[in-house]
Design a protein around this ligand. Structure first.
Ligand code: ADP
Length: 319
């Protein structure tokens, strides 16, 4: 019996160990097969991604080549455009110069003949000729200013001067326009001691443009008001009219070159201008480190144009 026990216990032990080893081997095999499969799948996915990245890189390379070609073409067209722009500016200043001289003689002879009192009908025609030459002269000076702005040659000749005095100087001429049109021009205030360092001729051009526009776009028997406000280190000039007003979407656009408001219905008024005055005024005010703008409550509700320029730095600030 003892003998049997001595042999059976180690034998059972050995059998148990062998069984354990077999189970361990089989489960290890299953595990490694599972991991191998996953590894293969991941490798395939990575391979696909690598291929996609390679394809994308080739496409990016092709696109960047195309982009290079396009930017080459663009810089060529930019050069051509700059040349064309230069030619346009030169043509404009030459044409303007050549038109001025004959126009001055047409106007001169027209005025001479008016003085000769040739007859009622003839006088009427001659007045038409003179007023048409005046209109052309205005266009020519606007085009000259535009050419100078585009060439960066519109220089301000600054000097210190009394700002409201400058306004007083131009008012007699403007009042005549207002009277002819049948619009009342009111100057609400003219503050003393407001001194600015600016180009008197150019700033009076801005004021004249805004006042003439206000008269032009205001119906007969209505009024245009001019007033000034000193705000801190600035003087702001207001030109308020009770005219045809401006649509809210156009209050900024009208300061662009050749822009005339599209919502305004009066074709006749539009034909009297070229949409240049405000853009030139904007440039002049900008050259004085100032601002220009308009507020309007809408069509047929009048407009208030304003421009603001800094006072001369030693000018007394009256609060
Ligand atoms: P122009 O008067 O010669 O057309 P401007 O540059 O002076 O050119 O003005 C541009 C446009 O702005 C005008 O055509 C008009 O549509 C609008 N505008 C200017 N001033 C007034 C105003 N006081 N009231 C209403 N619209 C105005």
């Amino acid at each position: 019996m003892e003998m049997i026990l001595i042999i059976a216990i180690p034998l059972a032990f050995i059998l148990l160990l062998a069984g354990f080893l077999v189970v361990a081997q089989v489960s290890g095999f299953v595990q490694s097969t599972y991991f191998n499969n996953r590894q293969r799948l991941s490798n395939t996915i990575i391979q696909q991604y690598v291929e996609k990245i390679a394809l994308a890189q080739t496409q990016i390379f092709q696109r960047s080549k195309q982009l290079e070609v396009l930017s080459g073409k663009l810089s060529l067209s930019n050069q051509e455009l700059a040349q064309l722009n230069d030619m346009k500016s030169k043509f404009l200043s030459m044409a303007v110069h050549d038109i001025r001289t004959p126009l001055a003689s047409i106007r001169g002879f027209g005025e001479l003949l008016i003085k000769k009192k040739m007859g009622e009908k003839e006088d009427k025609y001659l007045h038409h000729i003179v007023s048409a030459t005046n209109q052309l002269n205005r266009l020519i000076s606007d085009l000259t200013d535009l050419a100078m702005i585009e060439a960066g040659k519109l220089k301000m000749e600054k000097a210190i001067f009394n700002f409201p005095e400058m306004a007083k100087d131009i008012l007699p001429g403007i009042s005549i326009n207002a009277q002819k049109k049948g619009v009342e021009l009111m100057v609400r205030n003219s503050p003393d001691g407001i001194v600015v360092d600016g180009d008197k001729f150019r700033l009076s051009q801005v004021l004249m443009n805004l006042l003439n526009n206000a008269i032009k776009f205001t119906p007969v028997a209505n009024k245009v008001e001019l007033f000034f406000k000193q705000e801190g280190k600035y003087i702001t000039t207001f030109i308020k009219d009770s005219g045809i007003g401006i649509h809210p979407t156009e209050t900024k656009k009208i300061f662009g070159k050749f822009y005339q408001a599209k919502y305004q219905k009066d074709e006749k008024l539009r034909k009297q201008g070229w949409g240049l005055g405000l853009s030139i005024s904007h440039e002049i005010v900008k050259s004085h480190n100032g601002e220009i703008g308009v507020t309007s409550r809408g069509l047929d509700k009048g407009s208030t144009f304003w421009f603001k320029i800094p006072l001369e730095k030693n000018s007394a600030i009256i609060s």
